[in-house]
Design a protein. Structure first.
Length: 163
């Protein structure tokens, strides 16, 4: 298993969620997650559905706000996974790429798991190429995972929504 340490400070722990997606998990710091909610089907605007990319699933009404729902798997050139009984929606705080886009959400393939990721438990997986919207492929305590490039995802949503 070839890997490169992500950080040399082994005392640093980052509260994180390991979010099950299609073929692997996403590692998300808990500060990036606004809320986990039970899966709800997106609201689809049928007028523009033929023009929208397949990774844009529609909108999700959350706390009175229309939140774009995306498929991380399809955005990364994968297949759209089916919804499972334990699928959830992870509502993510946006990083500030555009002040009009405050949140995005993604369906999960199960229930995320809380984890305190220590620097000595995470390493870059150099045997797998990062996908287009991954910041890095990693091992977390021996499990394959990806760190998503949230800013790049937000920029794609901003472009699509014309913000």
């Amino acid at each position: 298993m070839s890997s490169t340490p992500v950080s040399s400070d082994s005392t640093t722990e980052i509260p994180s969620l390991l979010v099950p997606m299609g073929a692997y998990k996403l590692v998300l710091p808990t500060v990036s997650v606004a809320e986990m909610v039970a899966y709800q089907a997106p609201q689809v605007n049928l007028e523009s559905s033929s023009e929208t990319p397949p990774w844009f699933l529609g909108n999700f009404l959350w706390r009175g706000v229309q939140v774009p729902m995306i498929s991380y798997e399809v955005l990364n050139s994968g297949n759209l996974p089916s919804v499972k009984d334990d699928s959830q929606l992870v509502v993510l705080n946006c990083t500030g790429v555009n002040n009009q886009l405050k949140f995005i959400c993604m369906p999960t393939q199960g229930i995320p798991r809380l984890s305190r990721v220590a620097a000595n438990e995470i390493s870059e997986n150099t045997r797998v190429d990062a996908k287009n919207y991954d910041q890095m492929q990693v091992f977390v305590a021996g499990e394959q995972a990806a760190i998503p490039d949230l800013e790049k995802i937000e920029r794609e949503c901003v472009r699509l929504l014309g913000l």
